[in-house]
Design a binder for this molecule. Sequence first.
Ligand code: GLV
Length: 327
Amino acid sequence: MAKVFVTREIPESGLKILKEQGYEVVVGPRELISREDLLKNVVGVDAILSVLTEKINKEVIDAAGANLKIIANFAMGYDNIDVKEAQSRNIYVTNTPGTLTETVAEHAMALILSLAHRIVEADQFTRDGKYKGWGPMLLLGEDLNNKTLGLIGFGAIGQRLAEMAIKGFNMKVIYYDVKPNPEFEKNIGGQFVSLEELLKNSDFVSLHVPLNPQTKHLIGIKELSLMKKTAYLINTARGPVIDENALLNALYTNDIAGAGLDVFEYEPAIVETRFDLREFLKLDNVVLTPHTASASIETRSKMSTMAANNIVATLKGETPLNLIKIN
Ligand code: GLV
């Protein structure tokens, strides 16, 4: 009987698919799994269904041993997996593309709206009992209407957010990626620009690139200094795309207006970092969420199903639908 280790608790939809195949399915904890438990539980398995908090590297692949055929990541990103190492041993790596486009785009828009309308500050103000009556100058925010949204990375999520911004909020959209998308521009709108132009002209800059050596610290001191002092930076991609040290400095010195962050360079705040989430807590011009941009019931269930289907295909000897290949 094939053995599958699911590193953390995930929605039932995928587990059901795996169990129906008659596999022996062991599921890790709801909270973080220790490295020790991870290494112990992968021994002898045919498949690992991993989530992004586990670094699946040579050590884990070695611990699993010769039966391992697939690492099915429960995520769109796969920067937690050493794909090259897996590929060199003919172990498939898969992800869950398309499942979370809508949800992450909505979450990025929620962060944008929260910043523009000062929702979190206003909520805290009200809870603190400070609301003594309507005020013409109370907690003034700003409109999205006619503002410019700059999207760095124009894949599925960036495009969906662009569409929401254009159709729903009458925003102007500019975007930067490795190449322009004339079809999207023709059908929906938006304009391809250089990174520098984007940073200089956007009122909201939102990141939608994967994390890889080219995108690590894509946004640092220089890029932040190009942004308008009134602009906001939104990150629902991966923490290390921003040099967090540089961002904190820019926020402390009001070089930019604020930030909406779902991901952090050293998440979750861990001791080996110079900065941790507590630094952000001192600022009232940031809105923070704990890497929950894809956390809707619908999306997480779809991710669970897709990861499980990739395992089933592989263990049947087929090529899984969402195979990742790198050179
Ligand atoms: C979430 O961050 C993902 O990559 O799926």
